[in-house]
Design a protein around this ligand. Structure first.
Ligand code: GCV
Length: 701
């Protein structure tokens, strides 16, 4: 028997010995590059070209493969060759690069100069970088490496993170510490962490980032802050990531000294043009503006009797000559409007279909309310065929238990993306609207509200890294399954051992439904604590705006529960294509979203609505208990530090799931006036006890 070199043996030993996992703090994300079997067969790296992006690709391949080989030398029998079609050696291979477009790539196992070679080829430097990350993923997840045949191109053009980060480093709805953008020390100090941020995003194909909160300060557009943004842009540029800024609509008044911000006023238009020119002098590849206007107190064109299109088109005119875009948010509603809050965006935007400039894209949240544990898809996706629409998802878990609840959002986003709008017949999914297949739009996009902060593990919890990961993968390919995403992430982040991958993937995939069960079963929505959105608050009533209360949404009374959004009520269902509306209204998952029903109405299980609520709330708690057991059994496959933190967070989640269940049952029972079904324990405290809890220091406010 041929003897294996000592190094290879050591590497193999560290791979096979599950208990040898070393302490980790989560900083490395899914780019841990710990030794895996098979990596030693990969040959030495040759990346053709020297641009900063190609240097980054080379550095990543070398770093990644060195780690994955566990210190072993590259195979001398094989080679790894990467470059663009502008290099004769790559062009000569005649790879099918047309379909790769400006950002895609081809990875192929082939003979080059008589040697088995893995070729990573693209039309652009950034395509090579993306291909390098894809190849590393194949190695990390232990895919066969001797017959690779991959061709991949992004389905969506703008793949962006939206940071809701403020200039004082607080993060609106952020649960992972302070903002990573250290505005105070920029531009002179560029935290090396920005490079790791860029690497992580590039590994997913994320190609843009909005640095500041949509509840924007005009200061972000002043010279000193533009200099700071330019410094960040410089660090991110080699990784294919463009910088964008949220623009405050009233900036011409606040920092420009003008008397108005009316978008039809020539002086205002000139101010924005000059501002755009100034920005592009500082950041030549600046991506453009994101705007929240006339929503939740933000200024906007309606302050001057103008439309969203008037406002967006003015900004589009300013950035257009530089190749910039305007992402104009459709998250609008007003408490002065008597109309059902979830209908208002449709009412304001549908009449504007076709009236936006070419470089405007309207950014639409996945659902018509606000990132709830479950809501139907936003009807605008089926209603504005003449306007580019981008989807906005919330990676940070404002309404989903913050960082301490293990909730993998892949299934939530998959549910939204695969929902059928029926706009152009059956199968016109939201994904096909977002990637332009159904509408022919070429300006396409997907935005994720970032969950990233200065915490060492970036996301506030180890499992929340999976949400960042899933968002990026879906932005590249909105038709990926959350199962494939969860599995790849679990393998890269923790372990390739099947005894780990299977149960953890299952736990991740069911975690969203579990959370729906213990928070908002049967289509309940927006019943969380007021303002901070932490914990249950179905009793929230009164205050300055009805549409920020819970009672507005659940409408519980002795007669029944739920919001009638059928023709007999607000008729929000009519904002969907008839087939889509019919399907949603018949879907029990949205029962109390669309219908007001008596407590004794029978559900699919044969139980009454009241009994079903109790059963589902209780099931949610039991499911978290099962998650804890499942995770406890994973100890042999995970380093003790990460294992212990996840276990501790799951214990918090169980307590809070129980709290949600007990508080909601105690509250709704005051209306249902029915006993709990046999075998279900009553809440341990009276309702007043739950109502009295207060959380003045909840994070993310
Ligand atoms: C940035 C919700 C959140 C707000 C957020 C808003 C938005 O209302 O609670 O914090 O503001 O959505 O998306 O603009």
């Amino acid at each position: 028997m041929k003897r294996r070199p000592l190094l290879a043996l050591l590497a193999a030993a560290s791979v096979s010995c599950a208990t040898a996992a070393r302490a980790e703090d989560g900083y490395d994300l899914w780019l841990r590059y710990r030794p895996v079997e098979g990596a030693a067969a990969v040959g030495g790296v040759t990346v053709l070209g020297e641009s900063p992006t190609l240097q980054a690709a080379r550095a990543e391949l070398e770093r990644g493969l060195a780690g994955l080989r566990g210190g072993a030398a590259p195979s001398t029998r094989a080679a790894l060759l990467a470059g663009t079609a502008s290099q004769a050696r790559i062009a000569g291979l005649k790879l099918p690069l047309q379909a790769a477009g400006p950002e895609g790539y081809v990875i192929r196992s082939m003979q080059v100069d008589g040697r088995p070679t893995t070729v990573i080829a693209a039309n652009s430097d950034v395509g090579v970088l993306y291909g390098a990350f894809h190849f590393l993923r194949l190695v990390q997840t232990r895919q066969p490496l001797d017959r690779i045949e991959v061709a991949s191109a992004p389905a969506v053009k703008l793949r962006l993170l939206n940071h809701w980060d403020n200039l004082d480093r607080s993060v609106e709805r952020g649960y992972a510490g302070q903002s990573i953008w250290d505005w105070w020390k920029l531009p002179d100090y560029r935290d090396p962490r920005y490079v790791d941020y860029a690497r992580a995003n590039a590994s997913l194909g994320i190609n843009g980032t909005v640095l500041n909160n949509v509840n924007a300060k005009a200061d972000s557009l002043t010279e000193p802050y533009l200099e700071k943004a330019a410094a960040v842009a410089e660090v991110l540029r080699p990784y294919g990531i463009k910088v964008y800024l949220s623009a405050r609509f009233s900036a011409p008044k606040e920092i420009g000294g003008l008397a108005t911000a009316d978008p039809l006023d020539p002086a205002v238009r000139a101010w924005w043009k000059a501002k755009a020119d100034e920005i592009y002098r500082a950041i030549p590849d600046f991506g453009g503006f994101l705007v929240k206007a006339n929503s939740e107190g933000q200024p906007g064109p309606q302050d001057y009797g103008r439309t969203h299109a008037d406002g967006a088109n003015m900004l589009a005119e300013a950035v257009g000559p530089h190749g910039g875009v305007v992402m104009w948010r459709a998250f609008v509603y007003s408490h002065e409007q008597p109309e059902d809050r979830i209908k208002q965006a449709w009412s304001e935007f549908v009449p504007l279909d076709g009236k936006f400039a070419k470089n405007v894209i309207v950014q639409v949240k996945n659902g018509p309310l606000d990132f709830q544990p479950r809501e139907p898809f936003h009807p605008l996706f089926g209603a504005m065929p003449k306007t580019p629409l981008m989807a906005e998802f919330q990676v940070t878990k404002e309404y989903l238990g913050f960082a301490t609840h293990l909730v993998f959002q892949g299934p939530l986003w998959e549910e939204a993306l695969q929902a059928d709008t029926w706009r152009a017949g059956k199968g016109t999914t939201v994904a096909k609207v977002v990637d332009g297949e159904a509408t022919g739009q070429t300006l396409t996009g997907m935005a994720g509200v970032a969950n990233i902060g200065a915490d060492r593990n970036w996301s506030g919890s180890h499992f929340d890294q999976a949400n960042w990961y899933a968002f990026g993968r879906l932005a590249w390919d909105p038709n990926l399954t959350s199962k494939a995403i969860a599995e790849a992430w679990a393998r890269m982040t923790f372990s390739n051992d099947p005894a780990f991958v299977k149960p953890v993937t299952e736990m991740m995939l069911s975690s969203r439904e579990t959370m729906v069960n213990y928070m908002t079963p049967l289509g309940l929505h927006h019943i969380m604590g007021n303002s901070h959105h932490y914990g249950p608050g179905p009793w929230v009533a009164g205050g300055e705006r009805a549409d920020w209360t819970s009672v507005y949404y659940h409408r519980a009374s002795p007669d029944g529960i739920g919001f009638d959004r059928m023709a007999s009520g607000s008729n929000a269902v009519a904002q969907y294509a008839p087939e889509a509306g019919k399907a949603l209204a018949a879907d029990e998952r949205y029962l109390l979203w669309f219908h007001r029903v008596p407590w004794d109405r029978k559900t699919a299980s044969g139980r009454t609505v009241w009994d079903e609520l109790v059963v589902r709330y209780s099931r949610g708690v039991d499911e978290v208990k099962a998650m804890r057991r499942s995770w406890a059994a994973m100890a042999p496959y995970v380093d003790p530090e990460r294992h212990a933190q996840v276990a501790a967070y799951l214990a918090i989640q169980e307590n809070e799931a129980q709290w949600w269940r007990d508080a909601c049952i105690a509250y709704f029972q005051t209306f249902s006036k029915r006993p709990l079904p046999a075998g279900y324990a009553p809440p341990p405290h009276p309702l007043e006890w739950y109502e009295a809890l207060s959380f003045p220091y909840a994070p993310g406010g």
